[in-house]
Design a protein around this ligand. Structure first.
Ligand SMILES: Cc1cc2nc3c(=O)[nH]c(=O)nc-3n(C[C@H](O)[C@H](O)[C@H](O)COP(=O)(O)O)c2cc1C
Length: 368
């Protein structure tokens, strides 16, 4: 009750102020606490060699400065991904730069990697590692807007932050740093992945490396990204970031704002990409070698379930948490556990991947 009221109050604040308040309250531990221990092995899953207590994670962009790790994991998430973190601090784009579109269950943001830089994040992560809680912590890295050598930024951040990370993510898919998405081209992607791997190796702390891509890549771009990730030694894909497209059915007056769109309107788009990636990897005999973390429009156990059935090993959410408040993760986890029991499954690894009727799964949900 108190948390529903708090969420309702936060909705009265402008998007960025509500975001700051949410990070601070989690940092101070003012949040509902969940305990998923009673689910035991039901929702547990080993992905890229890491043991996740459940498959739901908090997506990058919420905890940009690694300030709220314990608070986020305390909400019930099995993992949290901090960042995007760049080598130097940077202010990001002029405000306002976050717009909530409640009637469309969506957000548009053009933050532009505002963050305190890797030194600050490193200190926060080191402090967390002194006294950690259960849960996996990913660290998402990017390049400074004014960098003279963007590829080198991935080396620098990987070298500095990998000692504190369970996994790292190279983010080459934010639409809010001009030119960044050009790094998704295979020749640059290869350089970025190798720079991050070299940074980790030089720091003596090699952890699984994930590649996060945009939902706006065409089929050729997607397949090229998958092949490059496989060839260069990535441990997983994150599909997908926000979209620069605008579906025609958006209704909120802010729909024309520039930036990346997230939430319900990217559910279908990211599912199509997830399904294509999962079936391609399956056909190539690589499904187990490049697990997929699926993100985009997860707002319920049903939407998370669709992504798991389409071939995701794990799922993440962000926008639904921003719009619905801190009780949401536990609702999703409880719902997933219930679904597992309904289907007679005792382990999430027993889900068939990828399902044959994937398009039907998506369609039935879109219509509902
Ligand atoms: C306000 C906001 C800021 C974001 N910042 C980042 C970021 O810094 N790095 C990143 O990789 N993704 C970022 N994202 C993208 C999310 O991690 C996620 O990929 C996307 O929002 C789709 O998931 P959702 O529909 O559950 O929000 C951001 C999303 C939002 C809404």
């Amino acid at each position: 009750m108190i948390w529903s009221a708090a969420s309702a109050l936060a909705r009265l604040l402008p998007g960025e102020a509500a975001h700051r308040l949410a990070v601070k309250t989690l940092d101070y531990g003012i949040a509902p606490k969940s305990d998923n221990a009673h689910y035991g092995r039901l929702l547990a899953r080993t992905v890229a060699g890491l043991d996740f207590a459940n498959p739901l994670g908090l997506a990058a962009g919420f905890d940009k400065n690694a300030e709220a790790i314990k608070g986020a994991l305390g909400l019930g998430f099995g993992f949290t991904e901090v960042g995007t973190i760049t080598p130097k601090p940077q202010p990001g784009n002029p405000k306002p730069r976050v717009f909530r579109l409640p009637q469309d269950h969506a957000v548009i943001n053009r933050y532009g990697f505002n963050n305190d830089g890797m030194e600050h994040a490193g200190r926060r992560l080191a402090a967390y590692r002194q006294n950690p809680v259960q849960g996996i912590v990913g660290v998402n890295i990017g390049a400074n807007k004014d960098s003279a050598d963007r590829v080198a930024d991935y080396y620098t951040t990987a070298a500095h932050l990998s000692p504190y990370a369970d996994y790292m993510t190279v983010n080459v898919s934010s639409p809010n740093t001009p030119g960044l998405r050009g790094l998704q081209e295979p020749q640059f992607l290869k350089e970025v992945i190798n720079a991050a791997l070299a940074g980790m190796a030089d720091a003596g702390s090699i952890v699984p490396l994930m590649l996060k891509i945009a939902p706006d890549l065409d089929d050729t771009g997607l397949i090229a990204a998958l092949n490059t990730a496989l060839e260069e030694g990535c441990s997983g894909m994150i599909i997908a970031n926000t979209t620069i497209t605008r579906p025609p059915n958006l209704t909120h007056p802010s729909k024309g704002e520039a930036g990346g769109l997230s939430g319900a309107p990217v559910f279908s788009l990211s599912n199509q990409m997830l399904h294509r990636a999962a079936t391609y990897l399956e056909a190539e005999g690589q499904f187990k070698n490049l697990p997929i973390i699926a993100v985009g429009g997860v707002s319920s156990a049903e939407t998370a379930w669709v992504k798991l059935r389409l071939g995701a090993s794990l799922v993440q959410c962000y926008t639904s948490l921003a719009l619905e408040g801190p009780l949401l993760p536990q609702r999703i986890i409880d719902g997933l556990a219930q679904k597992m029991k309904q289907e007679g499954l005792t382990s999430i690894d027993d889900l068939p991947h990828p399902v044959a009727d994937a398009q039907d799964v998506v369609k039935s949900l879109d219509q509902g």
